[in-house]
Each structure stands twice: as C-alpha cells, then as structure tokens.
Design a protein around this ligand. Structure first.
Ligand code: CA
Length: 409
C-alpha cells in the first residue's frame, strides 16, 4: 500500500465544492508541509545551483543594474490598486449562525476608472457577484458550518485592473448547549493501571486503548469484571491513543508518532500501519463512512479509512467561541460525543455544522473515596447501540460507569 504521504500529494483538491470544507489553517499547513517535504531537497539543490551560478557570474547573460528612475517606475507598476476598502464587515468580527452578514465596499478615490463588478467569495466558493454601486450585499449564513471563514472580495475595474480584499470572520453557534441528564445504571471495576485513551463497545465487551510511554496497550475486557480477555502491549516507545472498530478491524492512533495501527479484531494481529500528517493523535471514532479523529484542538478530522488521508475538517464552536481540547470520541446516533481534556464533561457535536448541541456534566461521577488514589482525567466514551447505554471512565480510574441518557440529543 502506498504511504499516506504519497496519497496526500497526489490527492486531488477537494472536489466536493461544498461550503462544509473550511479553508482552515490546519489543512493549509499540512499541504505546505507536504510540498516542502517533496520539494525541500529539489529546492535546496536549485538554490545551491543558483548561488554557484551567481558567484561564478557565468550562468546566462549579465543583468545590468537598473537606474534609480527605472526602479521608481517598477515600484509604481507593482503597487496594489487601492481604490476601495471593505467598510463592512470588520476583519475578525464575530457573527451568530443564521445571521445575515452585511458586506459593503466603499470607493476611497475618484481617480481610478469605474468598477464593472465585485465578486464575493467565502471559504473559497463564489457566493455572489455585484454589478453597479452601491456595492453592498447581505450574506445569509443559514445552514453553514460554524468557525472561521476566509472572505475575499475581488473588484474588477473598467480598465481591466483587479483589486483584492481578504479578510476573515468567525461564525459562532446560534444555540446555548443544554445539559442532558444521565442516570447511573451500574458501576463496574476498571483497571487502575489503564491510562484510558480509547474506549469502544462491541458485542458484550469493551475494547480499550491505553497510553503512556512503556505502558500503552490494546485490550478487550469483560465489562462486569474489568478483566482483559485479550491484551497486547505496545512497544515502549509508542504512546497509544484513541481506538475505534471498523468491521473486523481495530484502528489505534498514537500520540506524536503520526502513525496508526490496524489490527484484526479477533486476534489483535497487527495487519497494517497507517500514516497521517496531523501532528498529534487524540480521539478516534467511526461514523459508518469515515474515521473521525481529534488532535486536542477544536478541530475534528474526517479520514478516509483505506488510506487514512484527510477528507475534510470540522471546527467545533458553541455560542461563545471555539471549544478546544477535544479528546476521546464516540459517534452516537448521528452526533459526535467528545470528552474535553481536563473536564468531567462530555460535549455533543452536530457533525454537519460543528456546533455543540448539548453537554453532559459528569462532575463527581467518581466518588470521593476513589479519588484518594492516583487518578488522572475523565476520558473514555463507549456506546452499546442495542441497549442505548453509555460507558464512561477515566485515566487510571478504578471504576467504569454504565449510564443511560435522558432526553434527545
Ligand atoms: Ca470511544
């Protein structure tokens, strides 16, 4: 199988054309990284060649230095056209999903020729073309995703010149997440030596991926005893992260190694390695089509299961701003459930828009008597779809909790 790196460079640009795909910095950085990885040595070689040619002054004809007057003319020709400015919206301003965003372009000089049209782009897609003054438009944000949106206005002058205005706005969620209540059904033992990074339910068992250098593992455990019925210790230099199931396979991420492992579910035999460019692997789940991954930021990455290449990204926001430290994940009935690192709280994300629809406050679910020992943060969400039961635990927690949720999410 070709590596993910090869796939990322041969991958076609996003052809979906949907506004769902943000032109986010994460993706840009990965693409640039890819480019530099390929072109780095080539570029270095060319630079060296150019330098040696310059030093030897023997590469092509000699360039005559320009006069001062010629330099001034070049500078004027290269100057940007600045006949207009964006009066609205202000760069980095915030709006609520569903709001109409006013856009207004103003002329700042009468010395330039007339303007034929103004094109408005959002997230790389053309939204509207304005003909004739006033150059004002109301952009509807209904059914868009939340998060940062790069905007571009291109002004076409009658003499053929073009002027670009680039800015960015943020769309927040239009709802305040409500809190879902839960009911504690059962408390089961959990290995207090398990630094829980991934948790998933299947056919009466829990599968767990654990982390920490020299302590990482993959295990299948009996729910009522917490005892592993199968366990695989990872190499000492691998820090295990999120896991998920896909048919008869288990996927397991690693923290900073940018590699994932694929195992046979029945035997834990490692059958494949997958590579990714995202710098840190945190949580992992599967929605029936894509693997869904977190990296500790407010971003969620959709990965193609076969080659583990990034298909799209989602930014997660509530009505106040970005919600970061997204950790262990579970795809449940059309929503993404996520632990927030360092909080005893689960957020429920709408995968279409990225907005948080609800939260579950689990503060105090681990009794005080169990907190006297060495424990770490709340982490791990698994779902029994038949019984509609949620399993939650924490890193080094001695207990596993079985809960039911009350109300719609
Ligand atoms: Ca999970």
């Amino acid at each position: 199988m070709p590596s993910a790196f090869q796939h990322s460079i041969s991958r076609k640009p996003d052809a979906s054309g949907t506004t769902f795909y943000p032109a986010g910095r994460g993706r840009t950085i990965h693409r640039l990284t890819g480019i530099f990885r390929i072109t780095g040595p080539v570029f270095g070689g060319l630079a060296l060649l150019a330098l040696s040619c310059t030093l030897a002054a023997g590469c092509g004809k000699k360039v005559q230095p320009k006069s001062g007057a010629e330099n001034r003319v070049s500078a004027v020709q290269a100057a940007r056209v600045s006949g207009t400015r964006v009066a609205e919206p202000a760069n980095n301003s915030q709006f609520s999903l569903g709001e109409k965003i006013p856009l207004r372009l103003e002329r700042v000089t009468d010395t330039l020729p007339g303007i034929d049209s103004v094109q408005f782009f959002a997230g790389g897609d053309r939204q509207h073309t304005l003909h004739g003054e006033p150059f004002a438009y109301e952009w509807s944000t209904e059914n868009l995703r939340v998060g940062t949106w790069p905007l571009r206005l291109i002004c076409y002058y009658a003499d053929g010149r073009k002027e670009y205005h680039d800015l960015s706005i943020v769309i927040l969620s239009d709802i305040t997440p409500r809190y879902l209540k839960y009911r504690l059904l059962n408390t089961w033992p959990h290995d207090p030596k398990a630094y829980t990074q991934g948790l998933v339910y299947d056919d009466g068992f829990l599968y767990e991926g654990t982390g920490q250098w020299t302590e990482s593992s993959l295990r299948k455990t009996e729910i009522r005893t917490g005892e592993p019925v199968r366990m695989l210790n990872l190499p000492d230099d691998i820090f295990g992260e999120g896991i998920t199931l896909l048919n008869d396979r288990i996927y397991q991420l690693t923290y900073k190694s940018q590699v994932g492992f694929v195992y046979e579910k029945e035997t834990f035999r490692r059958i494949q390695k997958v590579y990714y460019e995202i710098e840190e692997g945190w949580g992992l789940t599967y929605d029936g089509e894509y693997l869904i991954m977190s990296d500790g930021t407010n971003r969620i990455y959709y990965m193609d299961p076969e080659y583990f290449t990034e298909v799209r990204q989602l930014e997660v926001y509530d009505d106040r701003g970005p919600v970061s430290r997204l950790n262990e994940l579970e795809y449940i009935e059309g929503r993404i459930f996520a632990n927030i690192y360092g909080e005893e709280e689960i957020v429920i994300i709408d995968p279409e828009t990225g907005k948080i629809t609800a939260k579950i406050n689990m503060k105090g679910i681990l009794p005080a008597k169990d907190r006297s020992r060495k424990i770490d943060v709340f982490n791990g969400i698994a779902w029994d779809p038949a019984k509609r039961i949620l399993y939650v635990t924490g890193k080094y927690w001695p207990k596993m909790f079985e809960v039911s949720l009350e109300g719609e999410f």
